[in-house]
Design a protein around this ligand. Structure first.
Ligand code: TYD
Length: 234
């Protein structure tokens, strides 16, 4: 759990950190937008962000990673670059937002490195070490894993892309994406206190309702008291 500072006078309570994970076409970005909207409705400040990327330097690394240019160097080199991007994203965007009391909803985070690069030929101790270095003490308060079958997910991703080019990971086989799905489900089994799996084959409205129930039940979002001492209850 990330350290939550005791608010002193004039210091906002530390925000909450929610990550969304899952395969291609799971609908993460849509669900993050919808969740961010609901959290803002109850008066919270929200930063919606994504990985790889989320800060200007990390977005530059994103272009490199998704182009496939790093692929020939192997999963260890890719994991290093994803971690480098993550360090900047945390330092420049995530930590300052949490410290200012904002809730942060992030499209992919360290579990994606575990699932994607960890499914390649890579020493698990390297992944552990990278996570320690990149994350420091930061840990998501909640990780929502949107579980979708690769057939449905890849079809959705292709519809969304239209005539655009596939990226380095969309070009992988259905078997690869099955492995990734299994890796995310294993992460959820290993850490049920942090993770919640939601079936994302359902309609967007249904998935949004399930996401909201999980966030409400686990994190009880409510805004700081207003100047009359009233809180916006959900
Ligand atoms: P993106 O277009 O954001 O895909 P999606 O909509 O599926 O999230 O591309 C991100 C890709 O990068 C995605 O295929 C997963 C991959 N990835 C990793 O392999 N390792 C990581 O640590 C992260 C954050 C992403």
């Amino acid at each position: 759990m990330s350290p939550r500072s005791e608010p002193g006078a004039g210091t906002p309570a530390r925000g909450r950190f929610i990550t969304f994970e899952g395969g291609e076409g799971a609908g993460k970005s849509t669900q993050i937008e919808r969740l961010a909207g609901r959290l803002r409705e109850v008066g919270l400040d929200v930063l919606a962000t994504r990985e790889p990327g989320g800060s200007p330097q990390a977005e530059a690394l994103r272009r490199l990673l998704l182009s496939g240019a790093i692929r020939p160097l192997g999963p260890a080199a890719e994991a290093l670059l994803f971690a480098a991007a993550r360090i900047d994203h945390i330092d420049v965007m995530i930590e300052p937002a949490l410290a200012a009391g904002a809730w942060v909803a992030c499209d992919r985070f360290a579990d994606s490195t575990r699932a994607y690069q960890g499914s390649g030929a890579i020493d698990p101790r390297l992944l552990d070490a990278l996570e320690r270095v990149a994350l420091g003490g930061l840990r998501p308060d909640l990780t929502i894993i949107l579980d979708v079958s690769p057939q449905i997910g890849l079809r959705r991703a292709s519809l969304r892309r239209g005539a655009g080019e596939t990226d380095r990971f969309e070009r992988e086989s259905v078997e690869f994406h099955e492995t990734i799905r299994g890796a995310f489900l294993q992460i959820a089994r290993d850490d049920p206190g942090r993770c919640a799996v939601i079936d994302a084959d359902a309609s967007q409205d249904e998935v949004a309702a399930r996401v909201w129930r999980v966030v409400r039940d686990r994190l009880s979002p409510r805004s700081e008291p207003d100047r009359h001492g009233r809180k916006a209850l959900v």
